[in-house]
Design a binder for this molecule. Structure first.
Ligand SMILES: [Zn+2]
Length: 99
């Protein structure tokens, strides 16, 4: 039985999450949910600002998706929360592992 605290499906610590966020939402990253229609992802806004940075899971956590770079995409905070656990948009599925 896998150890849920050490496997790739573990929840990252706040520090690890920040590290992943900085990689996924690199400067100039485009939100993969609205494809940049709402503008670039912006750092330095108030917490939970709709245009602020967040990571979206290609495979949602509730469907077994991992906190791994290949399963994370840059998204606006607002776009990410409105997607919830729905399927990703069709256009977004084309690039799965290599992007
Ligand atoms: Zn967006």
């Amino acid at each position: 039985m896998p150890n849920r605290h050490n496997g790739p499906d573990r929840e990252p610590s706040g520090r690890e999450r920040q590290r992943l966020l900085a990689i996924v939402c690199y400067p100039g990253a485009t939100c993969w949910l609205c494809r940049g229609e709402k503008g670039p992802i912006q750092w330095g806004l108030r917490k939970a600002h709709p245009l602020g940075p967040s990571m979206d899971h290609v495979i949602p956590r509730s469907h077994g998706g991992y906190w791994e770079l290949e399963n994370l995409r840059p998204a606006h905070y607002g776009c990410n929360s409105s997607r919830g656990n729905r399927e990703p948009p069709r256009y977004a599925r084309v690039r799965s592992r290599h992007w």
